[in-house]
Design a protein around this ligand. Structure first.
Ligand code: PLP
Length: 396
């Protein structure tokens, strides 16, 4: 029977050994084989990316991580999925496995902070150079391609400022010039966007966010096509990057309800945005909700859904009053990450001359415009609006 993804996520393979509806958490270092021949044969299968239900050694994963790999593989329609202990491990894995001294990488200016740091600071020490391009101008990316360009690193939409890019244009350019492409798809998740199907070579998603969905587990997934599989596998096995069976189990559990949760996050976000867009103190909402906007058109072109994460631009000459607004929120926790069941808020230090904006070459916001990121959780949106209403009063 051909099943939809929603059904697939609820019906993974059953555990035949103990009849539980869920896979067991298999903690393992040593995997036992009956004979040496069996061990060697198994290693060969793994090398050829044949379907296996266990690896030859715990460093590469266990039956629980394989279960998760298979679920994500199906979601991404990927050749293979590499799991890492944190989301960021997946970004590091992509860069470190494929870029070599003398190469150049082209990175979207609005990528996640640590992605910027690794591509700006760390790779320099390996004689890999980086150029950042303006996510709002495809021509800028086009002009920056050289013979040395090895990989284009895109995040869609960008962290904090949520610019959407025309993805297939980027892929087309890269294919013509024989450049690898990487997409950070943590916002859309492979449920709403399948980067490999558009033509990206590497599709990354921080499993810490919506995959896990409960703010209690960390992990990353890097889905790849056949073209890059061998090189990434080589580095993966030698780097020691790995997800534990316990984290994999929690992420499997989260994935069961990914479709249901995302739908609700999106619904709640739309209700809250409907309130926010009428507030005078808020200059802009960085979310694809206005059908006439560029971001809406690009979102609609590629995505089959949206979620609960966006930023609002608050205009105020008094930063302290914006800080007070954030601090006064009762239902929005102050903290990093997002994608869990709960609402969160973070004031991004994106104004001119802060440490962060110094690393942003293309930044269209003024000094008195403060970017506050909101994650709309699964609470009753009426309560969230009430909370926002009483806190917005503090903005001067
Ligand atoms: C959180 C995040 C990451 C890194 O994931 P961790 O699990 O926190 O290491 C990478 N990219 C984006 C867009 C993220 O939001």
């Amino acid at each position: 029977m051909k099943k939809s993804i929603s059904t697939f996520l609820k019906h993974p393979t059953k555990d035949s050994s103990n009849r539980s509806a869920n896979p067991p958490v298999t903690r393992a270092s040593t995997i036992l084989f009956d004979t040496m021949q069996e061990l060697i044969l198994h290693e060969k299968k793994i090398k050829a990316n044949k379907k296996v239900s266990y690896y030859s050694y715990g460093r590469y994963g266990s039956s629980t991580t394989i279960e998760l790999e298979n679920m994500i593989k199906k979601l991404e329609e990927a050749y293979h999925v590499f799991l890492t202990g944190t989301g960021f491990g997946g970004v590091a894995l992509a860069i470190m496995s494929l870029c070599r001294p003398g190469d150049e990488i082209l990175v979207s200016d609005n990528v996640y902070g640590p992605t910027k740091e690794i591509s700006e600071e760390l790779v320099k020490e390996f004689n890999i150079s980086t150029k950042f391009y303006n996510p709002d101008k495809f021509e800028d990316l086009q002009n920056k391609v050289t013979k040395q360009t090895k990989m284009i690193i895109v995040e869609n939409p960008g962290s904090n400022t949520f610019e959407f890019q025309d993805l297939s244009k980027i892929v087309k350019l890269a294919k013509r010039k024989n450049i690898l492409t990487f997409l950070d798809n943590t916002w859309g998740t492979p449920l709403y966007l399948k980067p490999l199907k558009i033509g990206f070579d590497l599709s990354f998603c921080s499993a810490t966010k919506y995959f896990s969905g409960h703010s209690d587990a960390m992990g990353g997934s890097l889905a790849v096509n056949k073209k890059v599989f061998k090189k990434v596998m080589f580095f993966y096995k030698l780097s020691g990057y790995r997800m534990s069976a316990d984290e994999a189990y929690l992420i499997i559990r989260g994935l069961r309800t990914l479709d249901v949760r995302l739908k609700k996050h999106y619904e709640n976000a739309k209700i809250v945005i409907n309130f926010l867009k009428r507030q005078k103190k808020i200059k802009e909402i960085l979310y694809p909700y206005k059908p006439t906007s560029k971001s809406y058109k690009l979102w609609k072109k590629y995505y089959s859904g949206a979620n609960g994460l966006f930023s609002i631009v608050v205009k105020s000459k008094k930063k302290s009053s914006v800080v007070k607004f954030v601090n006064s929120l009762e239902l929005f926790g102050i903290g990093y990450s997002w994608g869990g069941f709960e609402s969160l808020v973070l004031l991004q230090e994106l104004r001119a001359n802060t440490k962060y904006t110094k690393t942003r070459r293309y930044f269209r916001f003024a000094k008195d415009e403060h970017i506050v990121r909101l994650h709309i959780g699964l609470e009753d949106p009426k309560d969230l609006i009430q909370d926002l209403k009483q806190s917005l009063r503090h903005i001067k």
